[in-house]
Design a protein around this ligand. Structure first.
Ligand code: HMG
Ligand code: MG
Length: 298
């Protein structure tokens, strides 16, 4: 088993996209810069999506233009179509992400396209990005369950993951969008997908709705996965997945990994500071157990 785990911080995008209150550009920029300073090497910075669908991401161009980029840090953004890709390109994004789903209903609700239509839409985005030297990540949502359809056959997960990989995504992030999966289901799902794709190209994206995310990450590590998405303070949810809570908190993942002998390059104390700071900005308690425990004991 490798000793080094990559963390893709998704708080400024997956975390903030669900917030009802207006969050100004300066706060988003400060959040992204603090996360990079805390040693995270990939900080998802925004989404070039329709502002009618996700109003909170509307100023992603301003955010991208304002952040001071730290050398060695990547700042991916979401791009559902060519319009989004052009915005991301103008914003000088180094990495973009297309996002599909293993569930037909979720695909319709989230991006207004069937799974097959979405793959057709992603083709030119991935081609253009590969030609421009921009890296492309591929997300697959609902890999362990769908808010509209319930159980999703593993064959659907494999089909979408393989389609995105074959089109040229360098990494496929497998999303438990509504946080219903367990460690045993995660193990089976990773084994099934890794039967078709290199396990080094897989990432885990766990929401913590049912409190299973850390166990799922550990199960995925045991299957050879070395990249995980997480969100500082456990921010977030998905506007098209009712009831979904945030991603697993970055500081909880880092605490577990460092305590188990893995390296992440992240500074736990700095993450806890950022977690407290963003929670104050949003007027709520952190969803991270580690931040709460450290706050109670300090
Ligand atoms: P549509 O309505 O079918 O698109 O939406 P359209 O092409 O008919 O365009 C409708 C309007 O949107 C037009 O404007 C377009 O110009 C505009 P109007 O003429 O009405 O004024 N438009 C855009 N504007 C800005 N940027 C764009 C863009 N494209 C069209 N790129 C569309 C299709 C994909 C655009 C829409 O459904 C959309 O934006 N969906 C995004 C939903 C989203 O961001 N969801 C959250 C992210 S996914 C997630 O959180 C899951 C993940 O975390 C993994 C997991 O947890 O599972 C990744
Ligand atoms: Mg998500």
């Amino acid at each position: 088993m490798t000793n080094s785990i990559n963390i893709v911080e998704v708080g400024p995008r997956d975390g903030l996209q669900n917030e009802k209150q207006v969050i100004d550009v300066a706060t988003k920029v400060e959040l992204i810069e603090q996360l990079a300073k805390a040693g995270l090497k990939s900080v998802e910075a925004g989404a070039f999506v329709s502002p009618k669908w996700v109003p909170q991401m509307a100023a992603s161009d301003e955010v991208m233009a304002t952040i001071k980029r730290k050398p060695g840090v990547s700042y991916p953004v979401l791009t559902p179509n060519m319009r989004g890709y052009e915005g991301a390109r103008t914003a000088k994004a180094d990495t973009v992400a297309v996002f599909g789903a293993a569930s037909e209903s979720f695909s319709q609700k989230n991006i207004n396209a069937s799974i097959d239509e979405s793959i057709e839409r992603f083709k030119p985005v991935i081609e253009a990005a590969n030609a421009d030297g921009v890296k492309v990540r591929g997300y697959v949502s609902c890999v362990l369950g769908c808010p509209y359809e319930g159980n999703i056959p593993l064959a659907n997960v494999i089909r979408v993951a393989k389609a995105l990989y074959d089109l040229g995504c360098y990494e496929i992030s497998l999303g438990d969008t509504i946080g219903v999966g367990t460690a045993g289901q995660t193990r089976d799902m990773i084994r099934a997908v890794a039967g078709e794709l290199p396990v080094a190209a897989l990432a885990g994206h766990f929401h913590d709705t049912y409190g299973q995310a850390l166990a799922n990450i550990f199960a995925a590590i045991e299957e050879g996965v070395t990249t995980f998405d997480s969100s500082v303070s456990g921010l977030g949810g998905c506007p098209y997945a009712p009831g979904a809570s945030g991603n697993v908190a970055t500081e909880d993942v880092v605490y577990m990994l460092h305590g188990s002998g893995f390296e992440t390059g992240a500074n736990l104390d700095a993450l806890i500071e950022t977690s407290r700071w963003i929670s104050e900005q949003l007027g709520r308690m952190p969803a991270s157990k580690v931040t709460l425990a450290r706050t109670a004991s300090s």
